[in-house]
Ligand binder design. Sequence first.
Ligand SMILES: [Zn+2]
Length: 645
Amino acid sequence: MFEILRRDGMARIGKFTTTSGRSIETPTLLPVINPKIKTVTPRELYDEFGFGAIITNSYIIKNTPALNEEARAKGLHEMLDFPGVIMTDSGTFQSHMYGEVEMTNREIVEFQRAIGTDIGTVLDIFTEPFWTEQQTADSIVETLKRTEEAVSLKGEMMINGVVQGSVYPNLRKDCAEKMAKMDIDVHPIGGVVPLMEQYRYAELVDVIMSSKMGLNPNRPVHLFGAGHPMILAFATLMGCDLFDSASYAKFAKDDRMMFIDGSFRLAEMQSLDCNCPACRGITLEALKKTTKNERIKILSRHNLFAIKNELALVRRYLREGRLWELAELRCRAHPAMLDGLRRLRDYQAFMEKFDPISRDGAIFYTGIETRGRPVFKRYADRIMTRYVPLTKKAAIFYGEQNKPYSRHFVEEFANARRQGYTPVILCPWGPVPAELDEMYPLAQSLFPAIEDTDTTNESEELTLDFLETMFEETVNGSELEMKEGEDIPEEQLDLERAKAVSRYQFGIEATDALFRGTIELRKSKRTGKIRNVISDGEHVLSMRAGDGFYTLRLEGARRILAAVPAPHMRMAVTDDSVPFVSNGRNAMCQFTTACDEDLVPMDEVIVVDKDDNAVATGRMLLVASEIFSMKKGIAVKIRSGSEED
Ligand SMILES: [Zn+2]
């Protein structure tokens, strides 16, 4: 069972519970345990490092008589002395590297089940990046056949259905779609180690994203063989939930240390300024003089601490809604990773469907790759389709650093308006009509004062397109002559601001319904900002101070339902759950019957019954495709129900 608790980008914090009742919080990493050589014991991994899950190789256990016997007699958890989740690998990699493995898929799946593995793995076929498309496609047919067999044999054990497909995005997506339809519990993305070893990160992004497009969002995604701390933030951002690392021990044997910016050979290092518990108090010279065994122990532990620290940081950034910033920073550790980040922009439209409408903190621009975030696409799309110009003439102003613009350009804007011009600011987001300048992401973002060429070019191009579409005439605001005259009343400007935000957030039709009749705007006495929208005596909207967006009141919801056809902004629930939701209980995935596919996380949503009557309003936590594949969990956090009125 997989439940999504928090999200950011494509990333999620989830709770994954195995059939055996053990659970782990994702994203997490499973250290690989060689059952023959336990460099760090499973008990230490659990107690000291806090790893709640490990992975070990069932093929080695099966082929080592003593281990085989012990595992069958005691079970895997007792044998390894590990109380957490144990995943086993099937020998696919051994088979691939060292030739034929003398066993069948059936044998290894049944063995994994017999020794009490929490999550077992199919004997799938590893696909290499140099394989032809045909060779890859043929091997996937076999992998799918074996996966079907494994599903029929799994019993109480959970099973990994490995997505293969080499570097062919269409094969990856197709394989993922077929895996998604089977009764599988976890989706590893396989065959990626060669890509990482060869620094082919752009292709790694293609592999991950094309797999994600086909997979069932209800299952955790495991990036098989990815365990270097430098990749964790980026891969988590793309929606990978599980990772594993054998390299912490392999590197240690090789006298290599993992750091957040790469791996380094002890012999080539100039100093060891590491403050992790394994290295504390040791100099590089002293470390080099230790015995081989002692050194392996220290370096393994150092590598594990490097992983553990980065994982903690990834989770913190994810919770704070700032994972993009961390991933962008990490991708600067190596030019090949920067390639990966740049390639990710190709998936901007796909990612936009999962990207929350707003977040708590401000967006920090870290470089031109930031423009690849889905929020840039969303702003560009909505400003072109949901903005309604106030006049036919625009006056352009410059100066990103002068936020909020309406408070900086007070005289200039007033003068432009007196002459029938609508003030529009050219900023890194593109065009910002003055009415929108307090709304997310415009006010809640920080850019460097010294602009880069990409930002200049892209924002200018978008602004030109916008001006041409929306206005008949454009002038440079700073060249407008100062003219005396009647100012546009403040009430009217407030109303235009209130409507512009509503159109951006809910669409033009919904806004017409919300702002019908006599409108009264209540403003905060302290900040002067709009707080409540009262339409014909009904309180329909409240504006949030943080992101400048609205929360939708039930009275407002009823107007949208009457004016805009389904499914716009709606999620329908079963008759049974109507009384609960109208009482303010959250709307659950399993009781949802229909949902607007355009809604994104944190969007305002109207929960309706089967006859399209408003039951409650709330905020989306998931998107439609997730809601329908989830077995449990909250789909909408309910704010106000009809019972409260
Ligand atoms: Zn260290």
